[in-house]
Design a protein around this ligand. Structure first.
Ligand code: FES
Length: 107
């Protein structure tokens, strides 16, 4: 299922936005003209990754500091050890669409 998350220019650059739809809770990040989407629930203790700080293409969990890749959903620091799902994003004529079928989910 494809849902619109609004126009690219309305998304804050370098920050996350939480999107909830059809039982999914997704963290959407715009980095310039690129947009990434990963599961919003940290795989360690479910903190909102959309509220985390972005460093390059990683987001730092606001609760205990694990960093997750926005590209793969994989954590690269403890205490989280399991990835979060990644979601497909498409930008069409400046509008951002989120595909709500997880690409990978090992949780
Ligand atoms: S809740 Fe994210 S690292 Fe603990």
């Amino acid at each position: 299922m494809r849902v619109s998350v609004g126009s690219l220019t309305d998304l804050p650059d370098g920050q996350g936005v939480r999107v909830e739809s059809s039982g999914h809770r997704v963290a959407v990040f715009r980095l310039g003209d690129a947009v990434y989407a990963i599961g919003d629930r940290c795989s360690h203790a479910e903190a909102s990754l959309a509220e985390g700080e972005v460093f390059d293409t990683d987001v730092e969990c606001p609760r205990h500091g694990s960093e997750f890749s926005l590209l793969t959903g994989e954590p690269d620091s403890f205490p989280a050890t399991r990835p979060v799902p990644t979601y497909e994003i498409e930008v069409v004529d400046g509008e951002v669409f989120l595909e709500l079928e997880p690409i990978e989910e090992n949780a």
